[in-house]
Design a protein around this ligand. Sequence first.
Ligand code: AP5
Length: 216
Amino acid sequence: MYIILLGAPGAGKGTQAAYVAQELNLIHIATGDLFRQAVEQGTELGMEAKSYMEKGILGPDEITIRMVLERISAPDGESGVIFDGFPRNLKQAEALDEALAQQDKAIDKVVYIKVSEEELLKRLSGRWICRNCQAPYNAINSPPKVWGKCDRCGGELYQRPDDTPPVIKQRLQVYFHETAPLIDFYTQAGKLLEVSGEGSIDEMGKRIITALGEGN
Ligand code: AP5
């Protein structure tokens, strides 16, 4: 099964992708996490990625597409994948379709998580992330049991440098301009499932699993 989670920054893609991956035994591929790992490791890609992430703009398509295609061609990618933060524009979507078609595979469903702009801003400004396993928390909605420490692995929690008001604004603009057109693209392909992203994290998770079950 190949699933895409589509939605604005802060819609809950990372939170739900981790849950759905566990429930359906899929590999979770998050391009934002791959870029942040490269930044942490101080690689050449990481130094480049840092500059566009800090500005809230997208990285080059060629690099992003190559990174994802390498990851899905690994043996564990055979059992199915949930994509989080990829594709981000038409070029990436078409490259993914083409690469999967070469292996006689295709995207099964695209879950579009719809959240109001007001709620997105609240979620992003309260977000804390584990430096070690990338689990997301929220100061208001889903705080960790011990402040500053990840419930899952005990790692240190930090705030993303792109979760500041001006960069959030830029990321939302990029989303509406470059990524939102994919809603039409996947609707026309008959693959889009729209799910409300309002409500608790648990409710949302159940809604997505139900929608995927009904969509088959
Ligand atoms: P990326 O890391 O993909 O960021 P994003 O798309 O902006 O999405 P976020 O991670 O901010 O939000 P999310 O939807 O995952 O929400 P989350 O679950 O964390 O990309 C970062 C950058 O990398 C880009 O700007 C770009 O530069 C680069 N990049 C990445 N992919 C790229 C690509 N394909 N091409 C080119 N460049 C790329 O939840 C948010 C908060 O809300 C958390 O605190 C969470 O606890 C909370 N929350 C979640 N659900 C709920 C709920 N139901 N109720 C209350 N709170 C909730």
